[in-house]
Design a protein around this ligand. Structure first.
Ligand code: UDP
Length: 375
């Protein structure tokens, strides 16, 4: 039976669920409080430079999931792109993630892969047997000098916390390589949509059974009008912050426009704590197939997210997780609402994970409808 569904949020999670349900014959209303679709993946052309800007910070699509990769290709051409990040520390430029180039440049050596592995093992603090924190994990695996150059200052700026207060898990996102492979991601597929992420999401939402309502706040009372709600907004906001607020980091971007090429690379991180920004992104380098005489850069600053700010990174301190479990308990009692995505589940999700989860959520919902029909 045809259902009336509402989806709150038009980032990848909301858009993919909306599309899958519309494809299956349901009517879907997508609400977004912003005046544009796409959530934090939103891209637009800068009027002055014509550069495609990743308005809420750099997004590079990468996945090893064949299904997700073929799914996104339906909505734009993904031009192959390799994210090669540099890091500046004490006035010198290094390659990230830590690889043989980084190790040899940093220590002024010409080590082979085998020698580098042995060397890094010899400087790693092996006495830390069971690393629990970000700091312990880093000290054990790369030793104090590399930790201080590439992780400590950056992480203090990014999270507003000392690495000894953060979980070892965060560091597990970053590999250490004993060859010259400087591809930031280890995923099988990597690319940037030729026409920007907004275009991809626009195409996902382009379906006769999907209606998009922008600049519209979805009020809880409105849930009554729908058979089901998929909510990708902040889980604590849905419950009116009854248990307290979950902690997030927000980002500020200082935008500058220059002539020519500003830094010669899309992303350069800054390891020194004294440099106030975490990284500088030069957006035209995310689209190397385009040519622009002018350039636009974002200096990125991270800080505690206030009530009026846009939430970016869930901090997930122990106190946040306790709060989250209370919200999840409440969420489980909501029979007509499914909480999805980064804000709905309070997890830091890459785009490909949001898409994979959204496809699964939609499939489970549709399977339940089938079962109901049979009964
Ligand atoms: N990180 C770091 N130094 C760097 C880059 C990252 O210490 O130069 C740490 C930092 O704590 C960061 C985490 O690794 O939050 C994950 O980094 P990633 O580049 O995956 O973050 P994103 O691009 O998603 O912000």
């Amino acid at each position: 039976m045809k259902k009336n569904i509402s989806v709150v949020g038009s980032g990848f999670s909301g858009a993919v669920i909306a599309r899958e349900l519309a494809n299956a014959g349901h009517n879907v209303a997508v609400y977004d409080s912003r005046e544009n679709i796409g959530g934090n993946c939103y891209t637009e052309r800068d009027i002055t430079t014509d550069v495609m800007v990743h308005k809420y910070g750099p997004h590079i699509f990468h996945t090893s999931d064949e299904h997700v990769w073929s799914y996104v290709q339906q909505f734009d051409e993904f031009v192959p792109y390799i994210n090669r990040v540099k890091s500046i520390y004490n006035g010198r430029v290094y390659s990230l993630p830590i690889n043989l180039m980084t190790i040899n440049a940093f220590f002024g050596k010409t080590l082979s892969p085998k020698e580098a592995k042995e060397y890094i093992q010899s400087i790693g603090e092996r006495s830390i047997e069971n690393p629990q924190t970000f700091e312990e994990q880093a000290l054990r695996f790369v030793g104090r000098e590399l930790y201080e150059a590439f992780f400590k200052g950056y992480t203090i700026k990014q999270w507003g916390l000392h690495p000894s207060e953060l979980s070892a898990n965060i560091l597990k996102r970053l590999p250490v390589r004993f060859n010259y492979d400087d591809n930031y991601y280890a995923s099988k597929y990597q690319g940037i949509p030729r026409n920007g992420f907004t275009h991809v999401i626009q195409n996902i939402l382009d379906h006769p059974r999907i209606e998009v309502k922008l600049s519209t706040i979805f009020l809880r009372d409105e849930a009554e009008k729908y058979d089901h709600v998929f909510y990708s907004g902040p889980i604590d906001a849905w419950f009116n912050y009854s248990e307290g607020r979950l902690g997030y980091r927000t980002l500020d971007f200082i935008v500058e426009r220059h002539q020519g090429d500003y830094q010669g690379n899309a992303v350069i991180n800054y390891g020194n704590e004294e440099v106030p920004w975490t990284r500088i992104s030069e957006h035209k380098h995310f689209a190397p197939w385009e040519s622009h005489e002018e350039t636009l850069i974002y200096k990125e600053y991270s800080r505690q997210c206030g009530e009026k700010d846009i939430p970016y990174y869930p901090i997930r301190l122990v106190s946040d997780k306790t709060l989250l479990s209370r919200y999840v308990e409440k969420a489980n009692k909501e029979k007509k609402v499914t909480f999805v995505g980064r804000l709905g589940t309070y997890r830091y999700l890459d785009m490909h994970v949001s898409i994979a989860e959204a496809l699964n959520t939609a499939e489970s919902f549709l399977n339940c409808q089938e079962t109901d029909k049979e009964m």
